[in-house]
Design a protein around this ligand. Structure first.
Ligand SMILES: [Zn+2]
Length: 467
């Protein structure tokens, strides 16, 4: 299977290369794959655990590689981001006929507990066909695939109508200061950028076969709230009406009973229509028109029983933090609860807050916003980049389709979307779900050597097709 698909790809490349004019040099994909492998191993050896990050070392490493290839690169924002931290920026120039494409990854990784790993998480070990290390999936592997695709474009001399920008950000895993500082200080570097690709969607791979490639066009927005009730502190042996705890509990109960309205956004509508083919009747019909299905009690119950789909279709509220007295015999002077509210991209946060206050119906319960929502992210689908991804996907996996699930967690994408850039989450790898589940932020994170080579070439084709 592997050998057959590889020879088909070689033939396709020869065909395409001949159409691109005499200057285009053929690429030795096996050699490029080996080169990518050792660079990823080297990248994983640079410990960018956040905190503290130390992304400056990673930025220097990437800058060195880019400069050897004759691609201009800069280390930015060192003063703003603090000691040993930085953002990296590089640009490969096209003829300027169209607007640019940015490839963005974050250079930091989450902490690893070495005793829980079967290899040293910062050894960059290559064994059993995998490159092992913290960040292999999230997201140094993608960072190297983007980098090598860019280098392959440069070396082969593919004519570019769009500049290709390459960005490495610091601090995505903690407070996203890298992306925010970059966008605030260097909006000029992004002025001509039309499209941006970073993380934010997982492909579905079953039994080694890709069912679909996911392009993340939308994500939920965090709108965390703290509810506070003030009272009068006293002794628990003599109950009073000024105990803030029962009042807070009553408010929380009302919120827990409140059902947020269902609402179908464009990317989610497409997602359900796309995956409908995977289901038997009557589910297939339900998913083909999810708006209609939500009016059918049986269909609605089935759709909302999936925790992901439920979150795709409404604002969600999880009651999470609670604080009252820390002594059983003391009535506290104040009681608070933190609730995790997540909004669909097109929701008006102040309206949602007013609704929540009305649901609680008690002016003694004060709401304060702990985390304001970021810029709404719902990128358009009818674009050259989306079509390029679809074409490159069809080349290698003719039976798979490209679809647009909602991201329920938060990424750096809204930060870039704020500048008007069409921003997609996309992974060029075919990683089985259990491997993502186990490795990402977990133990024994690893990326197969085959996947890395596959991803480099996937990005290369996307960039080529999007010209
Ligand atoms: Zn990540």
């Amino acid at each position: 299977m592997h050998r057959i698909s590889r020879s088909i790809l070689v033939a396709a490349t020869l065909l395409c290369a001949s159409g691109l004019g005499a200057q285009t040099k053929a690429i030795d994909w096996n050699a490029l794959s080996r080169e990518s492998e050792s660079l990823l191993a080297e990248y994983l050896r640079i410990n960018t655990t956040n905190p503290p990050g130390n992304e400056l070392l990673a930025a220097r490493f990437l800058k060195g590689i880019l400069e050897r290839e004759g691609i201009e690169a800069q280390i930015l924002d060192t003063a703003e981001l603090g000691p040993n931290r930085a953002n990296l920026y590089a640009r490969l120039r096209g003829n300027g006929a169209k607007r640019g494409i940015a490839l963005v990854h974050h250079m930091d990784v989450v902490p690893a507990v070495p005793s829980s790993w079967s290899v040293d998480p910062f050894s960059g070990a290559i064994k059993d066909g995998y490159i092992w290390g913290r960040g292999a999936i999230d997201m140094k592997g993608a960072g190297i695939a983007q980098l090598m695709a860019l280098i392959a474009i440069k070396r082969s001399g593919v004519p570019l109508t769009r500049d290709i920008v390459y960005i490495g950000n610091s601090d995505e895993e903690l407070t996203s200061t890298g992306g925010r500082v970059f966008v605030t200080r260097h909006a000029d570097l992004l002025r001509d950028v039309e499209y941006l690709i970073t993380e934010g969607a997982d492909n579905l791979v079953e039994n080694g076969k890709v069912v679909y490639f996911a392009v993340g066009v939308a994500e939920k927005r965090t709108f965390w709230q703290r509810l506070t009730v003030n009272g009068v502190p006293s002794h628990g042996s003599r109950p009073t009406k000024q105990n803030p705890v029962p009042r807070l509990v009553a408010a929380l109960y009302r919120i827990s009973q409140y059902e947020t309205p269902l609402h179908v956004t464009p990317g989610v509508d497409k997602f359900f229509r796309d995956i409908a083919r995977l289901y038997p009747e009557p589910q297939r019909t339900w998913l083909s028109n999810v708006t209609a299905a939500l009016n059918d009690p049986k269909a609605k119950e089935w759709i909302l029983s999936d925790v992901w789909w439920n979150a795709f279709l409404r604002n969600t509220i999880s009651l999470t933090g609670l604080a009252g007295s820390n002594k059983t015999n003391v009535i506290p002077g104040v009681a608070t609860a933190d609730i995790d509210v997540r909004l669909l991209p097109d929701q008006d946060s102040s309206e949602v807050l007013r609704t929540l206050q009305a649901v609680v119906g008690d002016t003694a319960v004060h709401f304060s916003t702990l985390l304001s929502p970021k810029t709404p992210l719902e990128s358009p689908i009818d674009t050259d980049l989306f079509r390029a991804i679809e074409k490159a996907a069809r080349d290698r996996e003719p039976t798979a389709f490209v679809t647009t699930p909602m991201e329920t967690a938060a990424t750096d994408r809204p930060t870039y979307r704020k500048l008007g850039i069409t921003t997609y989450g996309f992974s060029p790898f075919k990683i089985p779900r259990p491997e993502i589940q186990r490795g990402m932020h977990g133990n024994d994170e690893r990326l197969s050597v085959d996947n890395l080579g596959y991803g480099v070439r996937f990005f290369y084709d996307i960039l080529r097709y999007a010209q």
